[in-house]
Design a binder for this molecule. Structure first.
Ligand SMILES: Nc1ncnc2c1ncn2[C@@H]1O[C@H](COP(=O)(O)OP(=O)(O)O)[C@@H](O)[C@H]1O
Ligand SMILES: [Mg+2]
Length: 397
């Protein structure tokens, strides 16, 4: 029997974990790190960032400020990130001095939809039929089979931003110009039966665990709700296929960290990968309240070199996203923001409210989420529907 490779020494509680980016994902990472006794540093230019406000230290500096990055390296024993568009140069500068996960090479792939799709294909994971539109001449070469389609910028898109629906060939050029004539991907619009996602965590030793498969519903390109378990809706086989695909995607990147892969389940029963995120994901938020270790706990464990144990689902759960729209009374003459009636929702058993500490609600802005746990999915759904109705939150079904 060959000897196992020595495990790198874990960072003991009291060490300092850093996160690049200060949004809600960074905030939930900080909270998980603090629960294990780590010190935390957030790097984000916004002085009012949700994560900066709860960390031990917030470096409010630009990602292209070399002195601030060097200070981050001095302060932290290891660094992770909470959004994929951290400039590669910043990650590389930090990585020269401290362990940074995920690696810049994995980030580069996740920052670009074309590279992402190429990676899926290389792993034998199907994705939507598509064509690259990098310059004007590519427009004419688009095969008819891709229309109607969705044009997406190759980089920097999120929450449905950087996308245009392209009903027919005549609309293609205008859509491309409207997106700034930048490199794009045109995807065939697929008949979706459902959307799902898988969060995997992979340690430096290659060990992998995953959260339960999540069933997601989007509204106008933004995640609206997530349900677990997904097996009753998708079937155990499809869920196992999704997990196996996500694990292949992570392993073949030699990925270290938390990775989310989003999937479409098509009307004809096929599963195709949509996109991936090199970090915890909005769809995994239920895990904070419904699992014994959350996606953020896993992110902390990977970064600190602690063992990864498979998270167990403690209850069925429904997660509802709370966007800034909820602060504006529909049809009101003076549509100023007003605080939603949290007390009405919190009076229901099984409802947990997580707000991200953002001062200014804006339509489409992710302000928080509700997780509803129940003894069964139907019970969690019923309570979630009641909570949504008490808040005036539309969850379309
Ligand atoms: N090819 C497609 N066919 C059908 N629906 C799609 C397609 N691509 C995206 N969508 C819908 O738009 C949502 C957002 O698209 P996605 O590519 O995940 O972008 P984002 O980075 O903004 O999340 C998806 O979750 C899905 O509901
Ligand atoms: Mg998406």
């Amino acid at each position: 029997m060959s000897a196992a490779a020595p495990r790198p020494a874990a960072l003991a509680p009291g060490a300092t974990l850093g996160v690049l980016g200060g949004g809600q994902l960074g905030r939930l990472f900080v909270q998980a790190a603090q629960r294990l006794g780590y010190r935390t540093v957030v790097f984000d230019p916004d002085p009012a960032s949700p994560a900066g406000g709860v960390a031990h230290l917030h470096l409010a500096a630009s990602f292209d400020d070399p002195q601030a990055l060097d200070r981050m390296a001095t302060l932290c024993d290891a660094v992770t990130l909470e959004f994929e568009n951290v400039p590669a140069a910043a990650v590389e500068r930090l990585a020269a001095r401290r362990p940074v996960s995920p690696a810049a090479s994995a980030l580069a792939i996740c920052q670009d939809r074309l590279l992402e799709k190429r990676h899926f294909a290389a792993c034998g994971v199907p994705c939507a039929p598509h064509a690259a539109i990098e310059r004007e001449a590519d427009l004419a070469a688009v095969p008819d089979a891709l229309l109607p389609g969705i044009l997406k910028t190759a980089r920097l898109g999120y929450d449905g931003k950087g996308q245009r629906s392209v009903p027919d060939r005549a609309a293609l050029e205008q859509a491309w110009r409207a997106l700034g004539a930048v490199p794009c991907v045109l995807e065939q619009r697929l008949p979706l039966a459902a959307e799902a996602s898988v969060v995997v965590a992979r340690g430096a030793d290659g060990a992998m665990v995953h959260l339960p498969v999540m069933l997601n519903r989007h509204h106008e390109g933004i995640l609206a709700r997530t349900e677990v378990p997904a097996e009753p809706a998708l079937g155990a086989d499809l869920c196992a296929q999704a997990v196996a695909a996500a694990e292949r995607v992570a392993a073949s990147l030699d990925y270290v960290g938390v990775l989310c892969v989003e999937f479409f389940w098509l009307a004809d029963g096929r599963l195709v990968a949509n996109e991936m995120a090199p970090r915890p994901h909005n769809s995994g938020h239920f895990s904070v309240d419904a699992c014994d270790s959350s996606q953020f706990d896993l992110q902390v464990r990977v970064l600190a070199g602690l063992p990864l144990a498979a998270p167990r689902l403690l209850a069925s759960a429904v997660m509802l996203n709370l966007l800034g729209d909820l602060w504006f009374v529909p049809g009101s003459v003076k549509p100023g923001p007003r605080e939603p009636d949290w007390a009405a929702a919190l009076a229901l058993p099984g409802v947990v409210l997580q707000l991200y500490g953002k001062a200014e609600p804006r339509p489409g802005r992710k302000m928080g989420h509700l997780t509803v746990t129940g003894d069964s999915l139907s019970q969690a759904r019923a309570v979630a529907a009641e909570a949504a109705s008490r808040l005036g939150l539309s969850v379309d079904g």
